[in-house]
Design a protein. Structure first.
Length: 158
């Protein structure tokens, strides 16, 4: 959640820099999250249009509407993975808000890659001398967790 004053400051700054009095200096600003919390008070996003208090609309540029609506296909389907270099992949990223969606995306990208999939599993034992910990945290429960910053229990690689 960002206070509306932060957006108003960015709006004013972009208008000053571009010497343009349109909202945000005429630049397209893409915000994500709960629109009721992040969009400035003077506008709201309605089906691909910015609607101002006056009721007029501003059509977003066509580059905001890719012809292929699948970002995985759009970013990875034309890559020759047998000869791809890290440099070619560094500018291709799909951002997501949770680990579950991230793993879905990773699994779909793996489908584009040639070769056999290898599954690596995490160690499933508790490092504790208290036998009660073994009962409190069963292996099935630990294997279902995907903590932020750590790989999942089953990591699939090619």
């Amino acid at each position: 959640m960002t206070h509306v004053h932060a957006f108003l400051a960015v709006d004013r700054l972009l208008q000053d820099l571009t010497k343009c009095k349109e909202p945000f200096g005429g630049k397209v600003i893409l915000l994500g999250g709960d629109f009721r919390q992040v969009l400035p008070g003077f506008s709201c996003l309605v089906v691909g249009h910015w609607r101002k208090k006056s009721g007029s609309t501003i059509q977003l540029p066509l580059q905001c509407y890719p012809s292929i609506q699948d970002p995985i296909h759009q970013l990875y389907s034309y890559i020759d993975f047998s000869s791809v270099t890290p440099q070619e992949l560094k500018d291709r990223a799909i951002l997501t808000v949770n680990n579950e969606r991230s793993m879905e995306i990773n699994n779909k990208v793996l489908e584009f890659m040639p070769g056999n999939e290898t599954v690596y599993k995490a160690v499933d034992m508790i490092m504790s001398e208290d036998p009660q910990d073994q009962l409190t945290f069963p292996e099935e429960f630990l294997n279902s967790l995907t903590p932020t910053g750590l790989p999942p229990y089953e990591l699939k690689l090619k």
